[in-house]
Design a protein around this ligand. Structure first.
Ligand code: PEP
Ligand code: MN
Length: 364
């Protein structure tokens, strides 16, 4: 799949975040519920140093008959937050009507929810409705782990002329029980960062975790991976929140989590660090070369086996033998500190490549 390059305006020039040497923090309630709830939450967040408020006005709920947001009335409360607290405000839009209402109300930034970024029709309509504006838009990953679908949503906005675009990683739906509400699958945002290194990348530990006690560890992991910032749900009184109650933090609790985060640098001018890291990388490069040589040697033996099986008219796949290999690999791996999950992936790939080579040998 090819990717058109995105034509982006640097986050520094969005006029939203005053200090981009620090992680960008967006915080606020899952939903705006009442003027008082929104304003008191915003006031607490402002005191905690937050500059950009988030609040859902239209809420995509999985089942009907839940609280589905207060609608356009909440935009009036957001204006008050802008006016009286000097904060910037952002909300989710999922259709053309939302876009018009939010633009009319002077919202500073929009985000696209995970259910919407999964839907190319909705994305195209939203992109068309945003034509001619330069409002910043953050695109959450689609609910399913599909990098191309995520990029497609970014491309639709960019083709409509929007250049202030960023992404929010909020994890992916999965069937069955797991620790987090949405599985992070960090390799997807990492792939997005690889393709668009200049693009603002924010992590949403609230929707990944589903539980406030996990927000710290996910936020730290995002910082360790070099994310540019976090979007975190915060409610003045989380226990009585009308949506996502279990994952919201009070402004004070949020301030504490943020205060304890360890922020890592992408690079340093420290000469000693540079020398040591260069030496370590040289060692890695050397080992990678050895791995390549070993893999090539192993494949040559596979070819030989393929020829021999052909001569003797024997099937390529020998399930007993494959089980034997895996068993030995796991046993030895455990002795030398290699996890079986990792080894299984590697050896499955090697085994598959071996089978492919032998198939080729047999049929020539
Ligand atoms: C939200 O941010 O409150 C929300 C509904 O998020 P998502 O689209 O990630 O589920
Ligand atoms: Mn929410």
């Amino acid at each position: 799949m090819t990717t058109t390059k995105l034509d982006l305006i640097k986050t520094e020039e969005w006029g939203l975040f005053t200090d981009l040497t620090k992680p960008v923090i967006i915080a606020g309630p899952c939903s705006a519920e009442s003027e008082q709830q929104l304003f008191e939450t915003a006031r607490g967040l402002k005191a905690a140093g937050i500059e950009v408020l988030r609040a859902g006005i239209w809420k995509p709920r999985t089942r009907p008959n839940c609280f589905e947001g207060v609608g356009a009335e909440g935009l009036i409360w957001m204006r008050r937050v802008q006016r009286e607290l000097g904060m910037k405000v952002s909300t989710e839009v999922a259709n053309v009507k939302h876009v018009y209402e939010a633009l009319k109300a002077g919202v500073d930034m929009l985000w696209i929810g995970a259910r919407t970024s999964a839907n190319p029709f909705a994305m195209q309509e939203i992109a068309d409705a945003l034509k001619g504006t330069d409002i910043p838009v953050l695109v959450k990953n689609p609910v399913n782990p599909d990098v191309e679908l995520w990029i497609g949503a970014l491309e639709r906005l960019n083709m409509a002329g929007l250049k202030k675009i960023g992404v929010i990683h909020r994890g992916f739906s999965a069937y069955g029980k797991s620790k987090y509400r949405n599985v992070p699958q960090w390799q997807l945002p990492i792939e997005i960062k690889r393709r668009f290194p200049e693009m603002l990348m924010i992590c949403d530990p609230s929707h990944i975790s589903g539980k406030r006690e996990y927000i710290r560890e996910i936020s730290q992991q995002a910082m360790d991976l070099g994310f540019d910032g976090l979007i975190i749900e915060s409610h003045i009184c989380p226990e009585i929140a009308l949506s996502d109650a279990a994952q919201q933090l009070t402004p004070a609790a949020l301030q504490q989590v943020l205060g304890e985060l360890i922020i890592r640098e992408v690079d340093t001018e420290n000469i000693e660090y540079k020398e040591n890291i260069d030496e370590l990388r040289a060692r890695i490069d050397e080992i990678d070369n050895e791995l390549l040589e070993l893999l090539a040697r192993r494949m040559r033996v596979s070819d030989e086996i393929g020829r021999y099986k052909k001569q003797n008219n024997i099937t390529i796949l020998q399930p007993g033998r494959w089980d034997q290999i895996l068993e030995k690999v796991f046993l030895r791996g455990a002795e030398i500190g290699l996890e079986s999950e990792f080894l299984e992936k590697i050896f499955k790939a090697i085994h598959q490549a071996s089978i492919d080579r032998q198939t080729k040998v047999m049929n020539t």
